[in-house]
Design a protein around this ligand. Sequence first.
Ligand SMILES: C[S@@+](CC[C@H](N)C(=O)[O-])C[C@H]1O[C@@H](n2cnc3c(N)ncnc32)[C@H](O)[C@@H]1O
Length: 191
Amino acid sequence: MNYIGDKQYWDEKFLNRGDKILSPESSLVENIKYLKLGSVLDVACGDGRNSIFLLRNGFFVTGVDFSLKAIERLESFATKENLKVSTKQVDLTLKDALKDLDVFDNIVINHYKLSIENISKLENHLRDDGILFVCGFGHKHKVDSKIKEEDLIKPEDFKVLKKSFELVRYIENEDERGFFVTYIFKKKAVL
Ligand SMILES: C[S@@+](CC[C@H](N)C(=O)[O-])C[C@H]1O[C@@H](n2cnc3c(N)ncnc32)[C@H](O)[C@@H]1O
């Protein structure tokens, strides 16, 4: 599903952003210790504030997003710091959006709502003991014209993960910007 806006909305948003990269998501910074050193798929990476943070911390990062403007900015931020990032333009609304993507040690989804169908496919792209980090507006966030009901992360979104994932950490945060949740899952090793 499109999150907040369509491709044109996001392209314009990134085109009009200043030269400086934004700070990484604070929940990711606080919980980086849960990630397995290795590779990360940054789903709906935007212009890469989290990808760049992870690259600086020694992870191999692949960022996917449907906005070419976002991807171009991420690549240019990486080049400026001599960091190597892999990117792919992917429309995550498509049923087979994840099909050609590799298998990773971690998947990060920050401020994007993946469809339940694609959430159920994440296990095919994570190694055993791999970490799925999801953070964004949670079920108690007050919806408005910008953040809609379907953009909110809800506990039931993850029912499809039950068999193959365990929840390692769940965090709720509330501030003037709204109600945020972080879910950290670990993929169970198949014996
Ligand atoms: C709120 S931003 C979050 C960006 C980044 N994860 C972060 O935390 O800074 C939402 C991102 O989702 C992307 N997005 C929205 N709908 C999408 C879709 N259908 N396919 C791929 N990316 C999409 C936008 O281009 C944008 O980069």
